[in-house]
Design a protein around this ligand. Structure first.
Ligand SMILES: [Ca+2]
Length: 159
């Protein structure tokens, strides 16, 4: 390989490596998150939410900040919800499974804030190091006043 070819190959290699970072804003939120983020009211007041991974980071359900097969306790609880319901003959959609889990009132990461309260407070329900600052009683009152878990029902499809 001539020196100039080597430089060209190096530049090409760098571009290939950089490509995912360059295209990621267009693919900002995978399908599950484009369904879940509005359902959980995480998009309110953010017109550009679909381009903003912080609206619902991978660590909402995954262990790794870039996603992948390892699920955190909330992601595992969600998978368990699908499995339990399927065993009872109910094959849920993703939004239905999400609502079913939140309605169960469980606390996946065991930080004493139920998953639905963490959704309401915009903290991470699968990470015990992320939890609301408001005391549980106070937060529960505000949550119920806002409509409780009903507010996280699957959204009606636009006609
Ligand atoms: Ca929790």
């Amino acid at each position: 390989m001539t020196p100039s070819l080597r430089v060209a190959a190096g530049v090409l290699g760098a571009l290939v490596l950089a490509a995912p970072a360059l295209v990621s804003p267009a693919l900002a939120l995978p399908k599950y998150r484009t369904q879940a983020a509005p359902q959980l009211h995480l998009t309110e007041g953010n017109a550009l939410w679909a381009l903003d991974r912080r609206v619902m980071p991978c660590t909402y359900c995954h262990v790794d900040p870039t996603g992948g097969p390892a699920w955190n306790p909330f992601g595992q609880a969600l998978q368990q919800t699908f499995a339990t319901e399927a065993a009872a003959g109910r094959h849920l959609t993703f939004p239905q499974a999400l609502h079913t889990l939140l309605a169960a009132g469980t606390d996946a990461d065991e930080d004493r804030y139920a998953d639905a309260l963490e959704v309401f407070a915009k903290t991470l329900p699968g990470d015990p190091d992320s939890k609301p600052e408001t005391p549980v009683d106070e937060l529960t009152t505000a949550f119920e006043k806002a409509g409780g878990v009903t507010q996280y029902q699957p959204l009606k499809k636009p006609k």
